[in-house]
Write a protein that binds this ligand. Structure first.
Ligand code: SF4
Ligand code: SF4
Length: 451
């Protein structure tokens, strides 16, 4: 695979914008709408529902002409709350993630002020400081908010050890219970099959320390783990990486549109069974929350194209929140302005043509330079055992999310980092990336940045 699609020498965001910018189509609402409708008719896969709505053969639909629901004047505020499966827990459609929350109590207060009442954290975030900050910020508000926290409980972790971790989280969060407690970043069904994890969950529920349990995941074996958890009835809630680019009908629609404009785009199809598994989970009463909804979150690259105050992030949120299986999304928020931008999308309805054009533009600029979270096609390609997808994710945190300190901390947690790449020819992993990324170059650069 050509290395021109991976720009190892530059920041992923700026580099991709430069490299793909010249290929951007002149997006207009009329053009996108017209093309989408024309193609749906031409291939016989679509049924025109209304003046600007298309239903695809797989049951998915795109409400191309539905206007986004305008909000009232004043600061943005959460406008929609949803039941989380059968847990009895109610969450806002947009929840605050605390991945990089180090000290900013005021930021949490701002989120509360905007109506956010569900906060996602993990014992590992900021080495426990994220839980501490949430605990401080939420004093006096506990009765009206709900919490998710997580711990990576591999099969080697005893129930006793897991209980000790939970109790430390409870102390940091200054609460006697956590509403949703997830086995974190599960990428092996053995984590769920573990009798120790199951015994821990049963005891923690019995003692009122957690209300619901489940798994989070964003790696290559996500679908396999979800299937196992659903088959065995082990999940009350799931939190999984999911965004617009993972829905086959969306990809196909945009792929067809883009194919006439450039041959450089190739839509990776990580885990095509994921939408079906989310629908199955929802049907079974499992709460479905999603993350990584911004597909790398190279937000600044999109600013020049965001008109009328409409942003790429809001478009991506509207897309994922209009998926019938999805009950809510979790996203890291690092500034009051970011909170306001994100909350603006709450309850604003499905994406319209302008939103879809923004999403397609993002793909046009970034698809060829983005490691697809949840892909994992390169697993096992490195004889030195470098976890390529994990290294790519740390790169995303640093380069795309703009969180170099958090990325470096997470990078240091890896059992194996990319140090071996510095002295390696790169031959073994050349061509291993289904998206055509130059793994060796990117890994060397990531190691130099984060080690
Ligand atoms: S460059 Fe070498 S060490 Fe690094 S991931 Fe590729 S094969 Fe492994
Ligand atoms: S590096 Fe390529 S193959 Fe590996 S997870 Fe990322 S997109 Fe998939």
């Amino acid at each position: 695979m050509s290395t021109k699609r991976g720009d190892a020498g530059s920041d992923g965001s700026a580099g991709s914008a430069e490299s793909a910018g010249s290929k951007d189509p002149a997006w207009t609402r009329r053009r996108f709408l017209g093309e989408s409708l024309r193609r749906s008719r031409a291939i016989g896969a679509g049924v025109v529902l209304g003046p600007a709505s298309v239903a695809f053969a797989d049951g998915d639909s795109a409400l191309l002409g539905t206007p986004v629901v305008a909000r009232e004047a004043g600061p943005p505020h959460i406008r929609q709350r949803r039941k989380l499966g059968r847990t009895g827990i109610e969450i806002p459609d947009i929840s605050m993630g605390s991945f990089s929350l180090e000290s900013d109590v005021d930021l949490v207060a701002h989120a509360l002020d905007r109506g956010i009442t569900h906060f996602d954290t993990a014992e590992s975030y900021a080495d426990g400081r994220a839980e501490e900050v949430l605990g401080r910020a939420l004093v006096g508000h506990r009765a009206r908010i709900t919490l998710t926290s997580k711990f990576s409980a591999g099969p080697e972790r005893s129930a006793k050890e897991q209980m000790a971790v939970l109790e430390r989280s409870l102390r940091r969060l200054r609460t006697d219970h956590i509403d949703v407690y997830l086995n974190h970043a599960v990428n092996d069904p053995a984590c769920l099959a573990s009798p120790e994890w199951q015994a821990f969950v049963a005891r923690a529920k019995r003692e009122g320390k957690i209300r619901a349990a489940g798994m989070s995941g964003h790696a290559g074996r996500l679908a396999e783990c979800l299937r196992h958890g659903l088959d065995a009835g082990l999940l009350d809630v799931i939190l999984v990486a999911y965004n617009y680019a993972q829905q086959p009908s969306y990809r196909e629609n945009v792929r067809q549109y883009l194919s006439g404009l450039s041959s450089a785009f190739d839509f990776v199809s990580p885990q095509p069974e994921l939408p079906g598994l989310l629908a199955r989970a929802r049907a079974a009463g499992v709460g479905v929350m999603v993350m990584k909804t911004l597909r790398g979150a190279r937000l600044n690259d999109m600013r020049p194209f965001e008109k009328s105050g409409r942003t790429f992030a809001q478009a991506a949120f509207r897309w994922v929140l209009s998926e019938p299986a999805v009950e809510g999304l979790v996203v890291s928020m690092t500034s009051p302005a970011m909170i306001d931008e994100y909350v603006e999308a709450s309850g604003s309805g499905p994406p319209d043509a302008e939103d879809l054009a923004l999403l397609a533009r993002y793909e046009a600029r970034h698809a060829a330079t983005t490691c697809a979270i949840g892909c994992g096609d390169c697993a096992g390609a490195c004889p030195a055992g470098v976890p390529i997808a994990d290294v790519m994710r740390m790169r995303m945190y640093a380069a795309d999310y703009g969180l170099p300190t958090t990325a470096a901390r997470e990078y240091a947690r890896l059992d194996v980092d990319a140090a071996a790449c510095l002295g390696c020819s790169g031959a073994p992993c050349a061509g291993a990336c289904s998206a055509g990324l130059a793994i060796a170059d990117w890994n060397r650069d990531t190691h130099r940045r984060l080690a």
